[in-house]
Design a protein around this ligand. Structure first.
Ligand code: FAD
Length: 301
């Protein structure tokens, strides 16, 4: 039998609901009380699909756990007249399967459907994807093209942060110790909008993107583009909005879009790196091609 490491021997008293090392609040009030006492000592666990992999060999070093899985309010998706609020504990599977998400925010639905495998989608959450802040996080570009806002909660209260300002570097963001993402707020668009999502990876399933692209165009009644949002993933330390391409598309009728010109702008604007998932030159070329296919998809819709 394999000998158990001395670091992982059972430690009676550190697990279970009443332990002083593991907290599982069942209401927001309970959560705030825990944050008031322990905020800077806690490691938050949502679905665990990033956290447990990243800390696989050092789980015993995590001193105090804050488990969000018992907080039903963090799992709610609430629709209002002008927005939808998605709890940070909503899984990719739910985002993929919910008809209203598909109807109003198809780029999010498609990206959620592309995450990992059925097992990962049923455990992994939108909040975990955001807070991991990987440049390859599939939901990040879609959130940026839909102008998402993040509701952050801590013992000091609540605040709203624009998703465009949340990501600061690879696996880095503006969240401070003791702050949690509670909700993702997505405003409804009054006008007709059409979007596209493209993810390129080395195989078809269970793949981290080599490059991805989210696109959302808003049209007036004359089929003229009144707002355009482009965001590329895995091509920079943070998900990258391509403002030059957005400006190029604004105020254009759909038939006047110069697909190759926009694709060239996107390819020129990104400064990707060489890594195991692809070289910088490959990513630039692919950025050109996926911009063309995303625009074509929107034109055909
Ligand atoms: C095999 C495999 C395949 C994968 N494929 C993909 C893929 O294709 N695309 C992709 O984007 N990702 C992929 N992932 C990564 C991962 O599944 C996703 O990023 C997932 O959304 C993470 O969510 P989680 O709930 O599991 O987060 P967790 O692992 O529980 O947490 C991740 C991080 O966020 C923190 N955290 C979680 N929730 C909150 C919150 N509400 N407030 C504050 N901090 C919080 C945790 O402390 C931790 O640091 C894959 C992972 C694996 C293991």
């Amino acid at each position: 039998m394999k000998k158990q490491s001395k670091n992982v021997k059972n430690k009676p008293g550190i697990s279970g609901k009443d332990s002083d090392k593991y907290f599982r609040p069942e209401s927001k009030e309970e959560l705030v009380k825990i944050l008031e006492k322990h905020d800077d000592e806690l490691t938050v666990i949502a679905g665990g699909t990033d956290l447990l992999v990243a800390n696989y060999k050092n789980l015993y070093k995590i001193d105090k756990w804050l488990d969000l899985n018992w907080l039903d309010s963090f799992k709610e998706i609430k629709f209002f007249d002008d927005k939808v609020e998605i709890g940070s504990m909503v899984t990719h599977e739910r985002l993929d399967k919910l008809d209203q998400i598909k109807e109003h925010f198809p780029v999010i639905q498609e990206a959620a459907a592309d995450v990992g495998s059925p097992q990962i989608r049923s455990r992994g959450t939108i909040g975990g994807n955001i807070v991991t802040s990987s440049p390859a996080g599939d939901l990040l570009p879609p959130l940026l093209v839909y102008d998402a806002k993040l509701k952050i909660i801590s013992k000091d209260g609540e605040k709203i942060v624009d998703a465009n300002e949340f990501f600061t570097g690879p696996k880095q963001n503006v969240l401070e110790s003791g702050e949690l993402v509670e909700k993702i707020i997505l405003p409804f668009e009054d006008n007709e909008s059409r979007g596209a999502w493209v993810k390129i990876g080395k195989r078809k399933a269970l793949v981290i993107s080599s490059i991805s692209l989210a696109l959302n165009l808003v049209f007036n009644d004359d089929n003229e583009i009144i707002d355009a949002k482009f965001c590329v993933g895995s091509a920079a330390p943070v998900p990258l909005r391509i403002e030059k391409a957005e400006q190029n598309l604004k105020n254009k009728k759909i038939k006047k879009i110069k697909i190759e010109e926009v694709a060239q702008i996107v390819s020129d604007e990104i400064s990707p790196i060489d890594d195991i998932r692809g070289t910088a030159a490959y990513r630039k070329k692919v950025a050109f091609n996926i911009t063309k296919s995303a625009l074509q998809e929107v034109i055909n819709q």
